[in-house]
Design a protein around this ligand. Structure first.
Ligand code: NAD
Ligand code: IPM
Ligand code: MN
Length: 360
């Protein structure tokens, strides 16, 4: 049997609920395909702050470094919202991404035929949508310096962040994006704000230069404001999108709604080497936490991405993804994807239905 060490980071809010479902799914899949998972759970985010005083304890980063892959649920919540930025739960997640050098975040947004009626957009607009957002994850305005809240001589405060990309950062994310689009539809759209931002001008130059090495990929460029509009107007024009950290954060939430719910979208955060982190695109959903209402499918699909990208277990990944299609086919729906005539279930019941399918 294949043996893998997996670090689980359930985090906050709905995190523990959806993680429990994903772990049960992995256990069943492990049994079926002869994969042995050695799970270890570690603290991150608000849960880590409450227990240790910091959002990313050293022990957590060490545990992640010593694993084959990391499965993360979500962090954050009202309770920690007034802490300074470096002590917030979000700082734990950013520290994890930086610490493991996970510069490439793959966020697939694919409409499943069973969920077309769950989308807020018209059937003909979303049918067949299959987009991959390649988001740069360890640079840009999230990490640029100077950053902070500074008090000037007059006593007025100024909040400062800096959007910065170096040529090498642009090239390495660009390479991931070109390679990704090569395996997909062969179309890459780079999204920036080069009409206003110098950092985006360098971005566009870097991506354009790289395109000489990928003559078979059809490259286009869009300004981010237009890209946001086009995503909603006519999403089928997109195949692969590459963009910076902040624009990618925003556009991937928008792309999520094409598929019916952000509760459906998984992601993979990858570096040049070392373990990747597999995490839903959504957050800790504090408004529904602890109520057994969360959709666990983004978390389960993130586990499938982990099987595919980190553990090289494509058959097991296919089985999980097929089970998700089947559970939707059987009519099971959590509140976020509910439509008339379907069976409304909670997080746990959705998980049980999945496990039933995987066991049969
Ligand atoms: P959110 O994604 O947590 O929630 C947005 C809306 O989507 C909410 O109405 C929520 O109920 C719903 N939703 C999200 N996931 C769902 C699921 N699986 N099933 C059903 N409904 C779901 O975003 P937010 O409310 O802006 O942020 C809440 C907290 O999460 C904040 O502290 C934020 O910083 C954090 N956050 C964390 C991550 C992460 O851990 N990767 C990502 C985004 C936001
Ligand atoms: C995401 C989240 C994070 C981000 C936050 C919680 C730091 O919104 O993973 O999309 O902005 O990257
Ligand atoms: Mn986000």
């Amino acid at each position: 049997t294949d043996n893998y060490r997996i670090t689980l980071l359930p985090g906050d809010g709905i995190g523990p609920e959806i993680m429990a479902v994903a772990v049960d799914v992995l256990k069943v899949v492990g049994k079926r395909f002869g994969i042995n998972f050695e799970f270890q759970t570690a603290l991150i985010g608000g849960a880590a702050i409450d227990e240790t005083g910091e959002p990313l304890p050293v022990a957590t980063l060490d545990a992640c470094r010593n694993s084959d892959a990391v499965l993360l649920a979500a962090i954050g919540g009202y309770k920690w919202d007034s802490l300074p930025s470096n002590l917030r739960p979000e700082a734990g997640l950013l520290g994890l991404r930086a610490g493991l050098e996970l510069f490439a975040n793959l966020r697939p947004a694919k409409i499943l035929p069973q969920l077309i009626d769950a989308s807020t957009l018209k059937r003909e607009v979303v049918e067949g949508v299959d987009i991959m957002v390649v988001r740069e994850l360890t640079g840009g305005i999230y990490f640029g310096k100077p950053k902070g809240i500074f008090t000037s001589e007059t006593g007025e405060k100024r909040g400062v962040n800096t959007m910065v990309y170096s040529e090498s950062e642009i090239e390495r994310i660009g390479r991931v994006a070109f390679e990704t689009s090569k395996k997909r539809g062969g179309k890459l759209c780079s999204v920036d704000k080069a009409n206003v931002l110098d950092v985006s001008q360098l971005w566009r130059e870097g991506i354009t230069k790289l395109s000489a090495e990928y003559p078979d990929i059809e490259l286009s460029h869009l300004y981010v404001d237009n890209a946001a509009m086009q995503l909603v107007r006519s999403p089928k024009q997109f195949d692969t999108i590459v963009t910076g950290n902040l624009f990618g954060d925003i556009l991937s939430d928008a792309a999520a709604m094409l598929t019916g719910s952000i509760g459906m979208l998984p992601s993979a955060s990858l570096g040049a080497s070392g373990p990747g982190v597999f995490e839903p695109v959504h957050g800790s959903a504090p408004d529904i936490a602890g109520q057994d209402k969360a959709n666990p499918l983004a978390q389960v699909l993130s586990a499938a991405m982990m099987l595919r990208y980190a553990l090289n277990q494509p058959t097991a990944a296919d089985a999980v993804e097929d089970a998700v299609l089947e559970v939707l086919q059987q009519g099971y729906r959590t509140g976020d994807i509910m439509s008339t005539g379907m069976k409304l279930v909670g997080c746990r019941a959705m998980g049980d239905a999945l496990i039933h399918i995987l066991e049969s």
